[in-house]
Design a protein around this ligand. Structure first.
Ligand SMILES: C[S@@+](CC[C@H](N)C(=O)[O-])C[C@H]1O[C@@H](n2cnc3c(N)ncnc32)[C@H](O)[C@@H]1O
Length: 338
């Protein structure tokens, strides 16, 4: 029989989840996991010294995390890794280092504080900061680069999944619209030597893409707004985790800008999580992402397959076919409607 005390404790931990999340960010910002070799150990005093923080306070931080099986701490205050803390190393496959640094950063954190506003039709981020999410990132470059790194290393590993699950062998010029720091294109071009690519994103985002991230010149960048126009000349266009940032009318504008740039033989890949309307079947992380969209953008949201097809239809595309991936995203392949 289910013990009501277990439920009470489980709910209490959920209620206090922000305390855990904020504490994990603290050690991720200090790079503690990278400072302990995967099979090594380090005294907390030495870690505090190298991080230039107080040992007693760091000890308290490490202790609470150890109670969640993130790091191991012995009676002398020596810290070693657990399978969970290893995932905070920046070199771990599927690393959560960038995720840990991102979720409770001020831009996102303060918008969540204003979440109630969404229930009355307002945009919590706008209420909290007096500006839109992307304008905030433009004005806070340090936080914007942490966002870009988080996108490139998002725990859903969507970039690798897209490169592995779609056949790009006939693509010559791929335009990644809202392509962030170019991780999707880098993954695709590494597998398909015939292809070249354009990362199209906001001016400040593409300006931060370094030369060595351009696949030896096969990736070029183009700054601008997909609400106005999208570069022509591609035979394949990608919108990866872009539409979920926008309400329906602006999502249709973005798709229409892609449609206007495409000739009849070009294809569009919309890469998104497909929300299951039934939470007993769906993924908790997708519903949490839906809440993140609510906090950052108000009416922007995760969508079902049917809802994506409605947007595509409104922008002049034929109904999409779906290609599932082992990641939480699916690929919706759409062609212009004749
Ligand atoms: C959720 S991120 C996804 C990034 C990338 N596609 C990926 O999957 O990692 C959304 C991207 O849209 C870009 N973006 C937002 N507004 C834009 C605009 N008006 N024009 C072009 N890109 C924009 C952001 O800078 C960001 O890189």
């Amino acid at each position: 029989m289910r013990d009501p005390e277990d439920d009470r404790q489980a709910l209490d931990l959920l209620i206090r989840g922000f305390q855990v999340s904020r504490t994990i960010r603290l050690v991720a910002d200090l790079g503690i996991a990278d400072r302990i070799a995967p099979d090594g150990a380090a005294p907390v005093a030495a870690l505090a010294n190298v991080c230039n923080v107080r040992p007693q306070q760091l000890m308290r931080v490490m202790r609470v995390l150890a109670s969640f099986d993130v790091f191991l701490i012995d009676a002398d205050g020596t810290i070693a890794h657990t399978p969970r803390s290893l995932l905070l190393r920046s070199d771990a496959p599927g690393s959560l280092h960038h995720a840990a640094r991102f979720w409770t950063r001020p831009g996102s954190w303060r918008a969540w504080e204003a979440l109630d506003a969404a229930l009355h039709g307002a945009n919590p981020h706008q209420v909290a900061w007096g500006t839109s999410r992307f304008a905030y990132l433009r004005d806070h470059p340090q936080e914007a680069r942490i966002f870009d790194a988080f996108m490139a290393a998002f725990p859903d590993d969507r970039h690798a999944a897209v490169a592995a699950c779609y056949d790009f062998s006939s693509a010559r010029m791929i335009v990644d619209v809202g392509g962030g720091n170019g991780e999707t294109l880098r993954r695709i071009l590494a597998r398909y030597p015939q292809a070249q690519g354009i990362v199209f994103d906001r001016e400040d985002v593409v300006a931060a893409i370094t030369d060595d991230a351009r696949a030896e010149g096969r990736i070029t960048t183009h700054g601008g707004s997909f609400l106005d126009t999208v570069p022509g000349g591609g035979d394949l266009y990608i919108l990866c985790r872009v539409l979920h940032d926008w309400p329906d009318d602006q999502a249709v504008n973005i798709l229409s800008a892609c449609r206007a740039a495409m000739d009849m033989n070009a294809r569009l890949l919309v890469v998104e999580g497909l929300l299951d309307p039934d939470p007993s079947r769906g993924e908790q992380l997708e519903y949490l992402l839906d809440m993140q969209m609510m906090a950052m953008f108000g009416t922007a949201r995760e969508r079902t397959f049917v809802e994506f097809n409605e947007l595509l239809g409104a922008a002049g595309f034929a109904p999409a076919t779906v290609i599932a991936t082992p990641s939480s995203v699916s690929i919706l392949e759409a062609t212009p409607r004749a």
